[in-house]
Design a protein around this ligand. Structure first.
Ligand code: PLP
Length: 384
């Protein structure tokens, strides 16, 4: 017997990550495609989950998140960005940044509302908007520095535009938006009375002393910005799925309304561990950054002897590389995984209006040194 599923899901194809990971396994390939670390975060944080469990912190958490975690998030942002989010009603803990994005978009978007999305994009934005019956409108970040054209950005804004989704630092390009770029975005957001969702999950992963600036800290932006982050990225435990959103209390109420009927609450012992982790963030971050800076420098240096010319990422753990002109990203990604046993991500799937993605591949360098070495060795073996 067959059943008809909802029309809603017809617009959702299999994700490129599922496809490439399946091909990686089938071909026994080194996986430089999958966007998460292949190593553990800190042991002392794992101990904290264990301790929380032994102390009986195993039942449902408050729906907006445990108090100590909300307090520590508030304290964290006060100390590093000098911004005040009230732990009482301006912070909600979510099941990863993913749930924060889904709930925020669903609490804002009505049918037909337009949403500005920079491409290449993190793909969940598109499907969140489509599932909410919104209309994505794209602005391209152009190679080689992934800057956007202000005239095209302005032109993308119409009477129906309600929301801008920003991802900073940026997956997949590693771009970190400058103050000047953020000012252009914020000026237009204010001029047209738009809401901004700022996905800042890689806020602590920047390189070469480049500074991450949350757009919420620009004048006039705090009240119209929903800032989203993820402890999964900061502590290297993506599977714990602890994220959060900070925003004015009306937005947080909206996100909470949706979440009450999706997950209701987030995994309790991991919240306790992350609350503790945030108290140690000043000791933790320098080594964390050093580790990733070394991986980024290594991959850039090694790729110079290959046919894949790297563009320098200043944030996140991704790097875009140019591919030989005679190839397109899809066919090359498949050739690489099958014949050279190395999995990458073809980034054209992260574009809607531009072809630029066809000339690149995305690699993830959140990998153990031996994984990186053997993946890069295989890329260097590639000849046309
Ligand atoms: C830009 C971006 N936003 C959100 C997420 C999802 O974060 P989480 O694992 O906390 O749900 C990811 C994960 O790769 C990401 O790259």
């Amino acid at each position: 017997m067959t059943f008809n599923l909802s029309k809603r899901i017809e617009q959702i194809p299999e994700s490129v990550f599922t496809t490439m990971s399946r091909l990686a396994v089938e071909n026994n390939a080194v996986n430089l495609g999958q966007g998460f670390p292949d190593f553990n975060g800190p042991d002392w944080l794992i101990e904290e989950v264990f301790n929380a469990m032994k102390q009986g912190k195993n039942q449902y958490a408050p729906s907006i998140g445990i108090l100590t975690l909300r307090k520590n998030i508030s304290q964290l942002y006060r100390s590093i960005y000098d911004i005040n989010w009230s732990f009482e009603n301006e912070i909600i803990v979510t099941t990863g940044a993913t749930e924060a994005l889904f709930s925020a978009i669903h609490s804002i978007i009505n049918e037909g509302d337009e949403v500005i999305i920079f491409e290449p994009f993190y793909d969940s934005y598109i499907y969140d908007v489509l599932l909410a019956n919104g209309v994505p409108k794209f602005v391209t970040l152009h190679k080689p520095d992934f800057s956007f054209r202000v005239d095209r950005f302005e032109k993308a804004i119409t009477d129906k535009t309600k929301l801008i989704i920003l991802n900073n630092p940026h997956n997949p390009t590693g771009k970190v938006y400058s103050f000047e770029e953020l000012k252009i975005i914020s000026d237009l957001a204010i001029k047209h009375n738009l809401i901004v969702i700022s996905d800042e999950v890689y806020e602590f992963l920047t390189y070469d002393n480049v500074n991450h600036i949350p757009i919420s800290t620009l004048p006039g932006m705090k009240n119209r910005t929903i800032t989203i982050s993820s402890a999964g990225k900061t502590f290297g435990f993506t599977g714990w799925k602890i994220g959060w959103a900070c925003a004015n209390k009306e937005f947080i109420k909206g996100i909470h309304s949706i979440r009450q009927w999706t997950t209701f609450a987030v995994n309790t012992p991991c919240q306790h561990a992350i609350a503790y982790g945030l108290t140690k963030i000043n000791e933790y971050l320098p080594d964390f950054r050093k580790l990733y800076q070394a991986k980024r420098d290594f991959i850039i240096k090694e790729l110079k002897d290959s046919l894949f010319a790297p563009t320098i990422p200043y944030g996140s753990y991704f790097i875009m590389v140019d591919i030989p002109q005679s190839k397109n990203d899809m066919e090359l990604a498949i050739e690489l995984v099958k014949d050279y046993k190395v999995a990458t991500i073809p980034p054209s799937v992260f574009y809607s209006i531009s072809d630029e993605g066809k000339s690149m591949l995305r690699l993830c360098f959140a990998k153990q040194d031996h994984t990186l070495k053997s993946g890069i060795k295989r890329l260097k073996e590639y000849k046309i």
